[in-house]
Ligand binder design. Structure first.
Ligand code: GLT
Ligand code: MN
Ligand code: MN
Length: 390
């Protein structure tokens, strides 16, 4: 029942399952994982596709012959295991050249190199079928505030995204760009730290229609924010182009934990929101297995992400179709009908007449203040659904 299927549109970054467990305090614990093997295993587990950074597939210093061989094998694997590449991105953070950022680096040569690398990576992504192109800022930020004028950084980022949008248009690519915010790490502070910052930035670009968001659970939780509300705002604006699902234990370093392994209640409401809003983009897991795991543990991790999503989807459906929940919600939202028609008029826009009517109306603040909302009852119903006793 919870077994993932292709139509669930679950995807994994090649970098997620191939994560070798390196952290600032310890070296790799797992051998490299061949992209072909990842495609095969993920397909067997029920995933729909894979995403990659240019260098997850083609090593930074690969020769043209190596590149051709890797590409040929990878395309064959996609075909053999019926997997797609809905999304691609650029690694603009690993090589030492990017230690001060990429599009916002102070060195103009670094900024130009970042554009070149991204255009080539866009070509590669499109060649493999990508329809969404992710931009995670990586090292776009500062350690010392003295190092850069933050207003210049915003302008440089805008120039880069505008340039690359034109590149996509000029080549006739069917590709949308998805910007991914993160508050910090690896830099002490990253520019465009949250969904809200990024959303505001999008509307200052030359081609806002083709630019949206790729929010990540862990990244908003690092700032102590409500991910569900951020996603709601992105959805409402038609800007949820992609999503990075994982988990995180509150505001600390980016943990990229297995989806739904920590914040079960928020993830329940997240899945409910995505499903009820009809989000039909890829559901991408950007997480990795604990450092304690061997390859078997990696597949346990991947299967767990997808299974938990489907369990939460099932629970959300049960919650929404529970008569006790429906009844309670109907009462809660009922309110006093005498004022409802006015609100409908407000929704349709301002008129002098309506403003005067509202100003002259008689409200009963005392009664409004005495109302009990029954949210304790409602929340307990949610908890009982999550805990599986209803
Ligand atoms: C890196 C980062 C992620 C981004 C990936 C895309 S790379 O793992 O932590 O949040 O989504 O660049
Ligand atoms: Mn991510
Ligand atoms: Mn992350």
């Amino acid at each position: 029942q919870f077994t993932p299927k292709k139509e669930d549109k679950f995807t994994f970054g090649l970098w997620t399952v191939a994560n070798q467990g390196r952290d600032p305090f310890g070296d790799v614990v797992r051998p490299p994982l061949d992209p072909v093997r990842s495609v095969q295993k993920l397909s067997e587990l029920g995933a729909w596709g894979v995403n990659f950074h240019d260098n997850d597939l083609i090593p930074f210093d690969a020769t043209p012959t190596e590149r051709d061989r890797i590409l040929r094998d990878f395309k064959q694997a996609l075909k053999d295991y019926e997997m797609v590449v809905p999304t691609a991105t650029t690694n603009l953070f690993y090589h030492p050249a990017f230690k001060d950022g990429a599009f916002t680096a102070v060195d103009p040569s670094v900024r130009a190199f970042a554009l070149q690398k991204t255009m080539r990576a866009i070509d590669l992504g499109v060649e493999l079928g990508a329809k969404t192109y992710v931009f995670w800022g990586g090292r776009e930020g500062v350690d010392s505030e003295a190092s850069k004028n933050p207003i210049d950084a915003v302008k440089r980022m805008r120039d880069a995204i505008n340039f690359l949008s034109e590149y996509v248009i000029d080549n006739g690519y069917d590709l949308r760009l998805a910007l991914e915010p993160k508050p910090n790490e690896p830099r002490s502070d990253t520019y465009f730290p949250t969904i809200g910052h990024m959303l505001a930035f999008i509307y200052t670009l030359d081609h806002p229609d083709m630019i949206g968001l790729n929010p990540e659970v862990a990244h908003e939780h690092m700032s102590g924010l409500n991910f569900v509300h951020g996603i709601a705002q992105a959805l409402e604006a038609g800007k949820l182009f992609h999503i990075d699902l994982n988990d995180q234990k509150g505001p600390r370093f980016d943990q990229d934990l297995r989806f739904g392994s920590e914040s079960i209640k928020s993830m329940f409401f997240l899945v409910r929101l995505l499903e009820n809003a009809g989000y039909d983009g890829p559901k991408h897991f950007d997480a990795h297995a604990y450092r304690t795991e061997d390859e078997e543990g990696v597949w346990d991790f991947a299967a767990g992400c997808m299974r938990t999503y489907n369990i939460l989807r099932d629970k959300a459906r049960r919650f929404d179709s529970d008569p006790a929940v429906q009844e309670l919600l109907a009462t809660i939202n009922g309110g006093n009908s005498e004022h409802i028609s006015w609100l409908e008029e407000v929704h349709n826009g301002y008129s002098k007449d309506l403003a005067n009517k509202l100003k002259a109306a008689n409200f009963n603040p005392k009664a409004l203040g005495e109302r009990g909302y029954q949210y304790e009852k409602l929340d307990q119903l949610a908890i009982e659904h999550i805990l599986g006793v209803r």
